[in-house]
Design a protein around this ligand. Structure first.
Ligand code: IVH
Length: 689
């Protein structure tokens, strides 16, 4: 066997094992054997880079290279479904279909409604060539590199299984409950914000810039919608005369029915919905709904309803679609689960920004598959609206969110002498009187320099990746240093010695040296990230950049008047006042002075100053379409460097649209309607030249 033949054989074999494991859940070899074969293939591919193939099973591990997503127009728009919430509306749908089809016989396919994010996959000659998110339904993000890491999505379809040469298949990308819970447990340990539900986690993961991270997060996918272009053909090699002569036969491929189409796709290697059922009568549909309302709790992934679709594609075309959704399909959404239990106590958590979150502590109750004993009460207004008393029997609900909430009280069970829940007036961590800013629902502890969770939160923000990126420190080390009295604010970090960090533990010398070095290295972090890192309330990454570019140094920013701050495009009253408040506080000025003394960048560098112009000052620019010379991200950076602002959607305030090829039709129409100028790529580069 030649190296190429060996590589091909191994790829084919590993694709099959992947399918057995991730689609069928029936592995036929041990993990060890699988790894051995994978290593063998990796070695061969390393020796023969000329046979590299992005669809090789070795490519499932992803890469840690940063990518930006290309926007790709959908060949067929990705519509959504109309929602219904009760039996009556389902019956209405059934009747509408019946009368729309004028007495013709029809089947309705009932299937799970998966709660993830939709994806459109294109296959050419059995190979995955493109994966695009829904986006706005007309244009989506090309996330092919990330999708290749999802094991249940075939990179190569089964030979001779009869797939058409080219087709699209759509479905849902999901994070299984087990992966979701493991991920959140990991994030909790690192004190990172938790994902509210598997859908958010899946979406955050798929949009990640690093496919390596996507590979590690273990996503899954179910496919539910096959689109085969008219006149498609397929190669048939199994059986018949074709095999005798070794030449595959070409046949035309027809797909007339949704259900049967998906059953074929299953043969090609796709994971399709397990519980699909063809129904004739409304009673069958109702039985399906009531069965899955409970049975879905045992599924490995989140579902939020049932989708009903007319089976015949001819009938689907006959019924047609509205602008938003097809008339031949509908979604029935399950009701959120609700239980009644006793409220024992309300406790209060202090977040990193000083925001206070009230938490209901209740008798444990089984809800949507987990034992629940705590639920968020959000803020004082919600507590007042609920009119809560300690000892009340409360209703807790768990919708799509992982954190349950209290939605009501059974007042008939209230007894005399119970105590009304009053929101606290002082911080439970440091005792400071709480404040409430105008127009905000939350209470805050204002003692940001003396309240332990806030001090630690401030330092954690300072070291975080998008701020000073001191990655040898984490929440645990920060907590440890704080407990040991080594740090009280971010400037203290620069006074730490190796001996202090190591403490009594002599084995820690190497890691302590790393920590101290990493802290010292952060003096090279550019000024705009320093502005973000010092943690001025409401000043996020983007605002920090705007401020840094406008004022160019910390001194100038510190001297800025309210009017000058408001003059910065993108800075409103709330942000401007917050900046003023920050620099009016002597403790903050002291920190800034000590950071400056430690060598932190307190102004834009020469290169940054040279690189920036005011050519686009005050302009709001929308980027749309596919570009030839630079990526979207590069154009975004150019706009910002030249004083402009990149905004997401077109409005009357938009200065112009920077348009590449295939600009979305909806955007084009809107721009024309509002009379917003369209600037092509070359013209734009001319403007900046
Ligand atoms: S069919 C034209 N089938 O629900 C119909 N969608 O609200 C295309 N979804 O964007 C969609 N499970 O992300 C279909 N079995 C299923 C589904 C499903 C989940 C999602 C999908 C879609 C949304 C519509």
């Amino acid at each position: 066997m030649s190296a190429k033949e060996l590589i091909d054989a191994l790829r084919k074999e590993l694709h099959q094992h992947n399918y057995n494991y991730y689609v069928l859940n029936q592995p036929t070899i041990s993990d060890y054997e699988f790894d051995q074969k994978m290593h063998e293939l990796e070695n061969l591919e390393r020796e023969h880079p000329e046979y590299a193939d992005p669809n090789s099973p070795t490519q499932r591990v992803g890469s840690d290279l940063n990518q930006s997503f290309k926007q790709v127009p959908h060949k067929y728009p990705m519509l959504s479904l109309a929602n219904t919430y009760n039996e009556g509306e389902v019956r209405d749908f059934y009747e509408r279909v019946r009368s729309g089809l004028e007495g013709e016989d029809f089947d309705i396919v009932a299937e799970m409604k998966y709660d993830g994010l939709s994806i459109s996959l294109t296959y050419v000659d059995g190979k995955l060539t493109q994966a695009v998110t829904r986006g706005d339904g007309v244009v989506g993000d090309d996330v092919t590199a990330n999708v290749r890491t999802i094991r249940s999505i075939p990179l190569q379809l089964k030979d001779g299984s009869g797939y058409p040469h080219e087709f699209e298949i759509r479905g849902e990308i999901l994070m299984p409950w087990t992966s979701f819970e493991a991920l959140n447990a990991e994030r909790e340990a690192k004190e990172e914000p938790l994902f509210a539900n598997p859908r958010n986690a899946a979406s955050g993961t798929l949009k990640s810039q690093k496919s390596e991270l996507v590979a590690a997060r273990k996503l899954d996918a179910y496919l539910y919608y096959l689109i085969v272009p008219e006149g498609a053909t397929t190669q048939v090699t199994s059986g018949g005369m074709a095999d005798l002569f070794g030449a595959p036969e070409e046949q035309s491929f027809t797909n007339d029915y949704h259900y049967e189409g998906l059953m074929q796709a299953k043969q090609w290697g796709f994971k399709i919905s397990e519980g699909m059922k063809k129904c004739k009568t409304i009673d069958e549909i109702m039985d399906f709904i009531s069965y899955w309302d409970t049975a879905r709790k045992n599924l490995p992934v989140a579902t939020d309803g049932i989708v009903l679709k007319v089976n015949s594609l001819r009938q689907q075309r006959h019924l047609g679609s509205t602008a938003k959704s097809p008339r031949w399909a509908i979604a029935y959404k399950f009701k959120a689960e609700r239980e009644c239990t006793r409220l024992n106590e309300v406790t209060y958590q202090v977040g990193r920004t000083g925001a206070i979150t009230p938490v209901a502590n209740m008798d444990p109750v089984q809800l949507a598959g987990t034992m629940v004993k705590r639920a968020s009460l959000h803020n004082a207004d919600i507590i007042n609206e609920l009119d809560l008393y300690i000892g009340d029997m409360v209703y807790v609900e768990k919708g799509g969110e992982i954190i349950p909430k209290v939605v009501g009280v059974d007042k008939s069970q209230r007894k005399q002498g119970m105590q009304k829940v009053e929101f606290i007036t002082h911080c439970p961590e440091c005792g400071a009187p709480l404040v409430r800013f105008e127009g905000e629902a939350a209470h805050y502890c204002p003692n940001d320099s003396g309240c332990p969770p806030q001090i630690k939160g401030c330092i954690e923000h300072y070291i975080s990746r998008k701020a000073m990126n001191i990655d040898s420190l984490g929440p645990e080390t920060v907590d440890d240093f704080y407990q040991r009295g080594l740090i009280h604010d971010v400037a203290d970090l620069y006074q730490l010695t190796i001996a202090q960090v190591a403490g009594y533990n002599k084995n820690r010398e190497k890691s302590s040296t790393n920590i101290v070095n990493a802290i010292r290295n952060s003096v090279n972090v550019p000024f705009e990230r320093v502005v973000f890192a010092i943690g001025i309330r409401f000043v996020g990454e983007t605002t920090a950049k705007l401020l840094a570019r406008k004022f160019k140094s910390m001194d100038a920013l510190r001297q800025a008047t309210l009017e000058q701050l408001l003059d910065v495009d993108g800075v409103g009253q709330v942000i401007a006042e917050s900046v003023m408040r920050y620099f009016a506080d002597a403790k903050n000025l002291d920190i800034i002075d000590r950071l400056a003394a430690a060598g932190i960048q307190m102004q834009l560098s020469e290169e940054e100053l040279a690189d920036h112009t005011d050519k686009l000052a005050g302009q709001s620019i929308v980027i749309s379409g596919v570009f030839e010379h630079y990526s979207r991200d590069e154009y975004k950076a150019m706009i910002e460097k030249n004083g402009g602002k990149n905004v997401g959607s077109i409005s009357a305030k938009t200065s112009f649209v920077l348009a590449g090829d295939n600009m979305g039709p909806a955007k084009l129409e809107k721009a024309q309607k509002l009379g917003v100028k369209i600037v092509k790529e070359d013209e734009f580069l001319q403007m900046l030249a």
